[in-house]
Design a protein around this ligand. Structure first.
Ligand code: AP5
Length: 210
């Protein structure tokens, strides 16, 4: 099954993708994580992406499409995958079609802006493995230390309040039009994000199975 998780920054795409991929046994592919890895490793794509990511702007389509194309060609994607954070523009959605990728469902996770701002101000991510936490909703067992790999957890540069507002604006302008794009194709299912992560997971799984 090939799925797309769509939603504003902080809506919970990554959190739900991690839970659903465990249940379905397919990988979750986050273009945000892949780009952060490229930045860390100083690759040409990472160097081109860093400044835009720090400001909350989108990375150019050709760079992201190239990274995604290479990733979904890998063996572990044969039985399906969850795309988290891709496509983010109509051009990226069209590129996916040109690659011959058949998408089964597009799950939109919808959360009001006030909640998103609270979620992103409390989010912490692991410097080592990229695991994501929240100071209140999903704390680490030991403060400041990743449960999975023991590295330090920090705030993402683009989770600063002024950058979050800019990311929300970019989402409205460039990514939200994808809702109409996929609705017209009869592929869109909307899940209202709940306060408890587990409650959103139940609705997400029901939307995938329904
Ligand atoms: P990316 O990493 O994809 O960021 P994003 O889309 O802004 O999404 P987030 O990771 O911020 O949020 P999420 O929806 O995954 O929420 P999460 O589950 O973490 O992209 C970063 C940048 O890379 C972009 O700005 C852009 O520059 C570039 N980029 C990436 N893809 C691109 C593309 N295709 N094209 C161009 N540029 C691209 O949850 C957030 C927090 O809330 C967590 O702390 C979590 O624990 C908590 N939480 C989650 N669910 C709940 C709940 N139900 N209740 C309470 N708390 C919750």
């Amino acid at each position: 099954m090939n799925l797309i998780f769509l939603g504003a920054p902080g809506a919970g795409k990554g959190t739900q993708a991690e839970i659903v991929c465990d249940k379905l046994g397919i990988p979750a592919i986050s273009t945000g994580n892949m780009l952060r890895e490229a930045v860390k490793n100083g690759t040409p794509a990472g160097l081109a992406a860093k400044e835009r990511m720090d400001k909350g702007d989108l990375v150019p389509d050709d760079i992201v499409i190239g990274i995604l194309k290479d990733r979904i060609a890998q063996d572990d994607c044969k039985n399906g995958f969850i795309l988290d954070g891709f496509p983010r523009t109509v051009e990226q959605a069209e590129a996916l079609e040109k690659m011959g990728v058949k998408i089964d469902k597009v799950i939109e996770i919808s959360v009001p802006d006030e909640k998103i701002i609270a979620r992103l101000s409390g989010r912490r991510v692991c410097e080592g493995c990229g695991a994501s936490y929240h100071m209140e909703y999903k704390p680490t067992k030991t403060e400041g230390i990743c449960d999975s790999c023991g590295a330090k957890v920090v705030q993402r540069v683009d989770d600063k309040p002024e950058t979050v507002l800019s990311r929300l604006e970019t989402y409205r302008e460039k990514t939200a039009p994808l809702k109409g794009y996929y609705e017209n194709k009869g592929m869109l299912k909307t899940v209202i994000g709940q306060d408890e992560i587990a409650d959103t997971s139940k609705l997400t799984l029901a939307a995938i199975e329904g």
